[in-house]
Design a protein around this ligand. Structure first.
Ligand code: NCD
Ligand code: ZN
Length: 353
């Protein structure tokens, strides 16, 4: 449903979902959760806590902490994931999926990103889990970067496809895979060349920034995330994929809060926090691409279809007007967290929020 009125000053969409979100825990979660629950109906919750969410029991406890931290009256459903380790028990995954507790399992190559030290090094050790997931239809969400120190950081996604992802998919027929936070033309092409068992999430910030945003005119830690933003031609391929209506591409914000002191230091954490203004940013990107009529597919339809869930029945309406202002940062009990700055004016605002 996309009701455009007049010169497209209002846009009504099914309520969106976020298919890749970091909520953290404790005081940080308390601070960032309202920012997602305000607009999003559901989100795939990343399991990279310290220690990670590994078992069904961990996921149950984490889900309960999220539900307890929700603002009064919020309508938000966390879709839980398990963090795949070399010790993961296929039976635990199967039971957690069958009961509806988890929507997916997350694969982090060990050392690839924030809190990934418990991830997978030897893919043979997770073979039985992957086979079980293929059998039961449980999707694998993949952080698609190799960790080989010899591989340039800007090439790590492309190399991962050849060295790891394609072999895993060939060895595990029927495994449903989501390539998370796609950043390259190689990733877009790989998804396009495959079938309905392969999909990809794209973040808000990777539709906007390039590596210049991080490095030109001084180093900008708030644009640093993993996978790191690439050249403009990659960003443009992502915009093309997201705005194409192709059902295999959908929104996963990868909104990943870190406190400002943890970003603005000699070894700043990877992660961009975009929950607060994501929908305004996306509407601007889709409008510039002449694709406002396809925003709903990206934010609200393609994701549920891949995960076998109904689209949300409620709607949100965006209104176009004078530039909207957002806070530069939000205050959380864990400290201040800077909100993603797209670097251009935002004209679309979610009504009532
Ligand atoms: C994420 C985080 O901070 O947990 N960071 C990031 O740069 N995206 C981890 C991740 O998704 O890679
Ligand atoms: Zn992430």
């Amino acid at each position: 449903m996309c009701i455009a009125q007049g010169m497209t000053q209002r846009l009504t969409l099914r309520r969106p979902d976020d298919w890749h979100l970091h909520l953290r825990d404790g005081a940080m979660m308390q601070g960032v959760l309202p920012e997602s629950a305000r607009h999003f109906a559901r989100a795939i919750i990343m399991p990279n806590l310290v220690p990670p969410v590994v078992t069904a029991a961990d996921a149950t406890a984490y889900r309960d902490r999220i539900l307890a931290a929700l603002p009064k009256g919020a309508d938000f459903t966390p879709l839980m994931t398990l963090y795949l380790t070399e010790q993961t028990d296929p039976a635990d995954v199967a039971a957690a999926h069958a009961s509806g507790l988890i929507a997916a399992v997350k694969l982090y190559p060990a050392g690839a990103t924030t809190n990934s030290s418990s991830g997978v090094t030897d893919f043979d050790k997770v073979r039985a889990v992957l086979d079980k997931m293929a059998e039961i239809g449980c999707p694998l969400c993949v952080h698609g970067e190799v960790v080989d120190p010899e591989v340039d950081i800007f090439d790590r996604e492309a190399v991962f496809i050849d060295r790891v992802l394609d072999p895993i998919r060939k060895a595990t027929p029927g495994l449903r895979v989501v390539m998370e936070h796609l950043t390259t033309t190689d990733g877009v092409q790989y998804v396009r060349a495959n079938d309905k068992d392969l999909a990809a999430t794209i973040t808000t910030h990777h539709l906007i920034i390039t590596r210049n945003h991080i490095l030109v005119g001084g180093i900008k830690p708030h644009y640093y995330c993993l996978p790191v933003a690439k050249r403009a031609r990659h960003r443009d391929a992502l915009v093309q994929a997201a705005t194409s209506g192709d059902a295999r591409f959908f929104l996963g914000t990868d909104s990943a809060p870190h406190t400002d002191p943890n970003k603005e230091c000699a070894c700043g954490c990877a992660g961009i926090f975009s929950a607060t203004n994501t929908l305004s940013c996306l509407a601007e990107v889709f409008e510039r691409a002449g694709a406002l009529d396809r925003l709903e597919a990206f934010t609200s339809l393609n994701g549920p279809a891949f995960y076998g869930l109904p689209a949300n029945s409620e709607t949100i309406t965006l209104t176009r007007g004078a530039p909207v202002s957002y806070p530069d940062r939000i205050e959380t009990g864990a400290g201040p967290v800077t909100v993603f700055d797209p670097g251009f004016a935002l004209h679309w605002q979610v009504e009532g929020a």
